[in-house]
Design a protein. Sequence first.
Length: 95
Amino acid sequence: MSHIIGWVLIGLAAAFGAWIWPFRRGLVGLAVNAGTGVLGAVGAALLGVSVGLLASSRDPLALPVAAAGALLLLLITHVLWSMAHPPRRPSHAHR
């Protein structure tokens, strides 16, 4: 069970780091980043175990795999978000 807690904490740490990127700020941004980071970390570690990349869920290599999964999923989420919501240009008032 402690290995899963480690994966979740890695995902949350990656989410906190991603929160400083220009993305959704505030509570919604934190929730989206936290969910995405945890999902990426746990998903990558479980995928690594299921395909045989890791000997078991307690393999020390699972932590870097979890970190890579969290970062990859956060990157994909941020790219998709920026494509769906392009930055707005400030409108200038005409005199």
